[in-house]
Each structure stands twice: as C-alpha cells, then as structure tokens.
Design a protein around this ligand. Structure first.
Ligand code: AMP
Length: 441
C-alpha cells in the first residue's frame, strides 16, 4: 500500500519520498493508522520488517500535532532499545523520517560522555532514544525527568529481558505519566514479555507480522557438517572463493556464540590474510562504531559478531550470513539470518554444524518448520585445509595450530556426487531454490 493512504502528513511523506520508500510494509500498513488515532500497540515483529518507521512516522505526526515545546530536562517521546547499536540506528532513522518536521532528537547510551548527555538534554528534546541503563543513570543524576513523556516505545522487549533490564524497565514505567501513548515491540511473546507488556500498555491493539520463524523463507539456507577444529579452514576457503573474482560474496556477517570466539575468528582470518572486524560487548564504543562503520561502508567486508552485538544491526547488502557456531537458542538463528534479507532483499545463510551442535540444528529446523539443505565439505577440503593450516601466519592466541585428525570424519555426511549442491567457483552455495529442492534430504 502507498504511504499516502495511511493518513501521514506531507512533511513525513516528503521524507519518505527522499528515502525512496514506495510501498509500506505489512507492519506499517497495520500499525500506522491505529497509532495516528493514539492507540496503544503490542507489536510482534523483528527488525527487518520496517517496524522502526511503523512507530516513528505516526509518532512524529502526533508530536507535531500536539504542538508542545520540550521543557528543559525532559523528552516528549522516549524510545527504549536494548543495545547501543540499535539505539543509534533508531535515532538515525528518526532523523531521516523527521527531516522536514522540526524534531529535536537525541540518543543516550552507556560508554559515552554523560556530560554530553547533560548538555543535549538541558533544553529538552522531542525524541530521546535510550538504553535503559544510561536512562536510569540520567534520571538518578537529575539530568532527565520522564514526567513529560507523551509517547513511549519499548523496542525489542525480549532482548531487554535477556540483557537483564527487567528491573530498570519496571522502575521506568512507574516514573512515566499515566496519560501517554505506549508502544511495545518484541520479536517473540513468551509469558514474561506479555506480563511486562501489561504493565506498560492500556487496551492495546495487537499487530503481528510474519512470526519470527517464517521470515526466513526468503533466505537460501545451507548447513555443512564439519568438525569444530576444521571450521576455520572451511571459513577461509569459503571467504577466499566467495570474494574472488568469480565469487558471489559482497558483505559477510559471521556469528559466533561467544566474544572470545569472535576474536579468535578475526585473529585466524588475519593470519590467513583476510581482513575482518569483530563486534561484541567487550569492545569499546569507538571500536564498535568503527567496526560497524567499516562494514557499512564496505571498507572491511567481513564482520564477526556475537548475537547481542548484532541485534538490530541494519546494514543493507549483507549477501551472506555464516553461522560459524550455531546458537543454542533457536530463535537467535532466525534473528541472525534475518540480517541478510532486509527490506525485501534475499540472501544466503550458511551454518557450520559440529557434532555437538546437532541438537541445536534440530531445534532450529523444528522452529522454522523447514529442513536446511546439507552442503558437503568441498571435495578438495582435506588438501586445501592442510595447505591453509601450513601457510597460516602465526597470530598470538590464534587457534590455528589445534589438533589434527584423520580424514574419515570429514566425509561422514557426503552426499552421492549427483545430489551434491555445487559449491561453484564461489566456494559458497549460490541462491538457487531449484537446486535445494532437487537435493532433498
Ligand atoms: P527495521 O525493521 O525498522 O529495522 O527496518 C529495516 C530496514 O527496512 C531499514 O533499513 C529501513 O530503512 C527499511 N525500510 C523500512 N520501511 C521501508 C519501506 N516501506 N520500504 C523500503 N524500505 C523500508
């Protein structure tokens, strides 16, 4: 549906035209008219569905319509987000959407100067995007009061709970004016989230778009069974081929389960002459921003991330997501691979599954209600892996010189040759649904 029919103002429509959004996404279509009426909303949606615009566009119009000036040390709209990256991204989107609407927008999150926050908030802002921890600090230091909040948005509530923000959220809700509009978004809706939502919302309308597990349909998914100790060699081979002239990789997001694991992958890739950055919770804010910036600009085309750090990362043009380690929570898999199918674009997701990760794979297949196509190790894997290991430049702390084993395990999951999907010159499977159907499993 076109945005013109949703009841948005001219300045907002103009901003959308500038962004070249031609059609609204399902969540925008469902939520915008209700939010313009001032209803509370419970939205079940993940990033990639266009939910930021769904809550920002009508809120900008309502703030404009109520025509109040922000009072010193207050905000009129408060958006709570679980991570710094997501908060920055929401603020960036808001600035784009409010381009012609004269909104004063600020972002606050941990790891940055609180004095700068003090300055920015001293005269009050229209829209404040915050992580809960920093918000509480600012309130405690009397830099900010929540008594003028007209609109509250709580984004990625399930992630907030995972990160232990429950107490902060319960404290925040008590400080908000009773008369306000509240919007609550979560990718999943287990009981604890629903209970939290009840504390924030009054008679909400509920909007659910493509439940998390079905959004993966547009993504070509593959799994390769590989020993943990061989994953580095496989990754190196895939990346070398994928970024070669004939390769089909543009930008690759690699997931590990732990921060340490992410650092190890980066070190090993460095040892193999492949540039990459890591993004995770132990990195400083400038390091995280630099890694994300270089990935966005294409300067460094490989980003290795943990789940928390990657949550909400919105980078267009991620051609491949590689699950170097499978997540132990199946829904994380959906979030991870969703990075490669944002706003309509399709992508490729490849998982490396070691013996002790098979139960995770089963859980993922159960959740997504689909079987993931198995791609065997490349035929020349044993030789190539040995060459890679031999040529590796020593990197302190790298896992390159770990144990060697015999070859029989490597061949465990090989398909008959005729049914094996082609790794191709790219070294990584290409998008081809017919091939997936043909290969069966
Ligand atoms: P979100 O789910 O809010 O993280 O949005 C995901 C991505 O989709 C962002 O890059 C948005 O800029 C983009 N987007 C949101 N709405 C639209 C739309 N109607 N048309 C095209 N792109 C959109």
């Amino acid at each position: 549906m076109s945005f013109e029919n949703l009841g948005l103002s001219q300045p907002v429509l103009q901003a959308l035209a500038l962004k070249e959004y031609t059609k609204s996404t399902p969540i925008q279509e469902q939520a915008i008219p209700l939010l313009l009426q001032g209803r509370d909303l419970l939205g079940i949606a993940q990033t990639g569905t266009g939910k930021t615009a769904a809550f920002m566009l009508p809120s900008i119009d309502r703030l404009t319509a109520s025509d109040k000036r922000p009072q010193p040390r207050t905000c009129r709209m408060l958006v709570l987000a679980p991570t710094r990256e997501l908060a920055s991204q929401i603020a960036e989107s808001a600035r784009g959407y409010a381009r012609f609407s004269h909104m004063n927008i600020a972002t606050v999150f941990g790891g940055t100067s609180i004095n700068k926050n003090r300055q920015e908030l001293s005269r009050g802002v229209d829209i404040l995007v915050a992580t809960p921890g920093r918000l509480m600090d600012l309130i405690e230091q009397r830099i900010l009061s929540l008594n003028a909040v007209e609109i509250l948005v709580l984004d990625e509530a399930d992630q907030m709970l995972d990160l232990g923000f429950i107490h902060a959220l319960k404290a925040i809700v008590k400080m908000l004016p009773a008369k306000r509009q509240s919007l609550f978004f979560s990718a999943t809706m287990p009981k604890a989230i629903r209970e939290l939502a009840d504390k924030f919302l009054t008679d909400p309308v509920q909007v659910a778009v493509t439940p998390a597990a079905t959004t993966v349909e547009r993504i070509d998914q593959f799994v390769t069974f590989v020993q943990q100790t061989e994953k580095q060699a496989l990754l190196t081979m895939m990346l070398r081929a994928g970024f070669s002239e004939k390769g089909n990789m543009d930008r690759v997001l690699i997931f590990t389960r732990t921060k340490h694991g992410a650092d190890r992958v980066v070190k090993l890739l460095t040892g193999n002459g492949i540039a990459s950055n890591a993004i995770h919770g132990n990195k400083s804010q400038p390091q995280r921003e630099r890694a994300l910036g270089e990935f966005k600009s294409g300067k460094v085309k490989i980003l290795v991330a943990t789940d928390i750090a990657a949550r909400g990362i919105d980078v267009s043009g991620v051609s491949h997501v590689i699950n170097f380690e499978l997540p132990n929570v199946s829904e994380q898999y959906v979030h991870r691979i969703g990075r490669t199918a944002r706003a309509g674009a399709a992508g490729i997701a490849i998982a490396y599954c070691a013996e002790d990760e098979r139960a995770y794979l089963k859980g993922i297949e159960k959740l997504t209600k689909q079987r993931i196509e198995v791609v065997p190790l490349p035929e020349n894997f044993v030789n190539e892996a040995n060459k890679i290991k031999a040529s590796r430049v020593a990197v302190p702390g790298g896992a390159g010189d770990r144990q060697e084993r015999g070859g029989e395990d490597r061949n465990r999951v090989r398909r008959p040759k005729s049914r094996r999907p082609n790794f191709g010159a790219a070294g990584a499977p290409k998008t081809n649904r017919s091939r997936r159907r043909a290969s069966g499993r």
